[in-house]
Design a protein around this ligand. Structure first.
Ligand SMILES: [Fe+2]
Length: 186
């Protein structure tokens, strides 16, 4: 029997407690890779007919997580950012994504300033998934026509997030409903 969207949702629910305070990101990551092997699922939600944009496959009622599809037309490089108090699991479906991770070196006492150092970089190819926990700083770079799935701990558009400029050593706080929201697919 193939592993379907309902099975994936059930496994995510098992991996997250009610209220979403504790969670097993490695288990969700492994389950994301499992459903990415289901060619019928991939064709249905990420195939050639899929509309460009971000689409919600599931928003959980009591655990609050979301399963999103990101169907990109043009590639982009995001600046380093976090997702505030939410975690995110990324699973690549088409093309690839280059991920970078960063540590913050300053103590955050000077408003608007931040010094980052890159600590890791890697590529996710189709079928591969990775994750970032809450407040982990990362950037992503995708080519044209990339397609990926994201599972987030909550609706990121409701959270305050941070966006960094490494060269200028600055940080901007992105508030909910701000047009600069970093949650929109990166
Ligand atoms: Fe991100």
């Amino acid at each position: 029997m193939s592993y379907e969207l309902n099975d994936f949702i059930a496994d995510c629910r098992d991996a997250i407690d009610i209220g979403g305070k504790s969670y097993d990101l490695e288990r969700i990551r492994q389950c994301a890779e499992k459903i990415a092997k289901n060619s019928t699922f991939v064709e249905a939600y990420f195939g050639q007919e899929a509309e460009i944009g971000t689409h919600t496959l599931h928003q959980d009622q009591d655990r609050d997580f979301m399963i999103l599809t990101h169907i990109k037309d043009t590639g982009f490089d995001s600046p380093p950012h976090d997702h505030g108090a939410s975690w995110a699991v990324y699973c690549q479906i088409e093309k690839y994504v280059d991920m970078c991770e960063y540590d913050r070196q300053d103590d955050g006492t000077i408003e608007g300033q931040a010094e980052l150092v890159q600590t890791n970089s890697y590529r996710l190819n189709p079928g591969q998934a990775g994750f970032f926990d809450a407040f982990e700083i990362h950037s992503i770079s995708v080519p044209n026509k990339a397609r990926f799935m994201r599972i987030t701990g909550t609706d990121l558009s409701r959270l305050e997030t941070s966006c960094f400029n490494m060269d200028a050593q600055t940080v901007s706080i992105i508030t909910p409903n701000d047009s600069g929201d970093t949650a929109g697919g990166r």
